[in-house]
Write a new protein. Sequence first.
Length: 113
Amino acid sequence: MNARWILSACLLPLVTGCISTHKTVVRDEARVSVTFESDAAARVFYETLSRQPNCGQQQESRTQFSIPVVLDVERKVVTGPNQAFNQAVARSDTNHDGVITESEARIFAGTVN
Ligand SMILES: [Ca+2]
């Protein structure tokens, strides 16, 4: 009787299975409207933007809850690429006129490694 009870207790997790949920939510914002003074300004800006480490998605928060063997729930919130673009525009357009000049783009390029 005792051995049967122990065996049942050991096999219970295998019978019940593990409920596992992993969800990623992308939180993004609209791109700000900006124009470039010249093609060179746009090229310098976009080359610099692509070199930034947080150019793509960036993890914002992570929530995890688990009961070993039975339940595993994970929820991640990541920011979309528009946030990096908007931050780059805010840093580049130093006089906030909505136009990025070549000199503003080169100054922005100098601030990114
Ligand atoms: Ca400007």
